[in-house]
Design a protein around this ligand. Sequence first.
Ligand SMILES: C[S@@+](CC[C@H](N)C(=O)[O-])C[C@H]1O[C@@H](n2cnc3c(N)ncnc32)[C@H](O)[C@@H]1O
Length: 286
Amino acid sequence: MSDRQRSLEAIQFHYDVGNEFYALWLDRRMVYSCAMWPPGMLANDLEAAQVAKLDHHLDQVDISTASSILDVGCGWGALLIRALERNERLASLVGLTLSKEQCDHVNRVAAGKPQIACRLENWLDHRAASPYDGIVSVGAFEHFATPEDDDCQRLEKYRAFFRFCKQNLVPRGRLSLQTIAYLDMDRKDASNFMEAEIFPNSDLPYLAEVVKACEGVLEITAVRNDRFDYARTCGLWLQRLKERRTEAIRLASEDVVRKFEKYLALSSVGFYQGKICLLRLTACRT
Ligand SMILES: C[S@@+](CC[C@H](N)C(=O)[O-])C[C@H]1O[C@@H](n2cnc3c(N)ncnc32)[C@H](O)[C@@H]1O
């Protein structure tokens, strides 16, 4: 089976649970990645923290002057929609996802917004009509390498992604990337449960690997580790899922709900303990 086919099957496995299930416990915009709490924001305000995160990435790619943006791994389209709210002059907003449910949802909610187009397409196959002013990728990088890859193969996959960004950015165009990464743990101790039951065929990077893969391709201008933001996000997701447990079981099954509860609890603890971290990295084309 090709890498592309394996990625497609792995993503569809995770999202086949259905949009309605995720809508029960995500925020109103259905953002499925770590939120961001600027100082002073209420700890339980997931809605505001997700908008703050979207705005962080949009600021990194200079949304106020951009005219075209690519979102690699656009989920249910929250960033594309927020971008248009921030800058009505944007001419082209392209989102890529491997989930048909997500793609149909984005194209449905973006009806009447001709600037937004979501494609069911792997970034490996994406051919842009012209280079983008900015590229954002939030929560997709975790799916680019697999547990079977050796160090060289993994690095080559990450480098290929950064080369793709370089080729598809205008000169001085910027990439805003968000990914979970290993921090204080060995890759070989990664959870079997997560690999088998939640995110098959996925592996995390270390910061050093991300930096090495970027070297000579894109210029890194900022890196942050916001692991406590993700500990809090997973905690809130878990709380919201528990509050809607009966409906969740009706939409999925008790077994699926139990797995999601375990995954969110394990993730929250992992971020709190510093086993894993949350990288937000900005890089630009030289
Ligand atoms: C955890 S979700 C994050 C979604 C969104 N960025 C958000 O923050 O809500 C990961 C997304 O990455 C997409 N993805 C993963 N690998 C991909 C690939 N190789 N090409 C395109 N999209 C990919 C998935 O389909 C999914 O939409």
